[in-house]
Write a protein that binds this ligand. Structure first.
Ligand SMILES: [Zn+2]
Length: 140
């Protein structure tokens, strides 16, 4: 089942809503901009809750184009919950380019961010190993 989200407040809406019942945003008018681009912009939203939500959706959709913005959020780390959500999203996307940033978050973040970074690094490394195992090797 497809989930639909308001591109202004990022709360769940129904497929047929043209106006968001939660924030009153004009969903139809916003359709012109690509969804991923709107999500990346929402990582800079003034409400931390919306930033968390945008990071979460980017992770669920495995939005590779969001990786640089998510990495920037982790580096800035101005809000622990937002940083944690960005770290989790990078793990779900499985972005190997984020390994250095996640290793740093694992050392320097808050407790929540450290744990999330630890899990994300495991996710990225195990998905990498699975890719390597695809080629069979003959022994002896
Ligand atoms: Zn809304």
């Amino acid at each position: 089942m497809l989930s639909f989200f308001c591109p202004y407040c990022w709360r769940r809406v129904s497929e047929n809503d043209s106006i968001c019942p939660k924030c009153g945003g004009d969903i139809r008018a916003a359709d012109a901009r690509p969804f991923a681009e709107k999500l990346r912009a929402a990582l800079r939203h003034s409400e931390p809750q919306t930033r968390v939500r945008a990071a979460w959706i980017l992770g669920e959709r495995k939005e590779v184009s969001g990786v640089p913005d998510l990495m920037a959020v982790v580096i800035e780390a101005d809000d622990a919950f937002v940083a944690e959500a960005a770290v989790e999203a990078l793990g779900k996307i499985g972005a190997p380019e984020a390994i250095a940033v996640l290793e740093q978050a694992q050392e320097q973040g808050t407790v929540r961010v450290r744990w999330a970074a630890h899990r994300a690094l495991d996710q990225i490394k195990s998905s990498r190993q699975q890719r390597l195992k695809v080629v069979p090797r003959r022994c002896g």
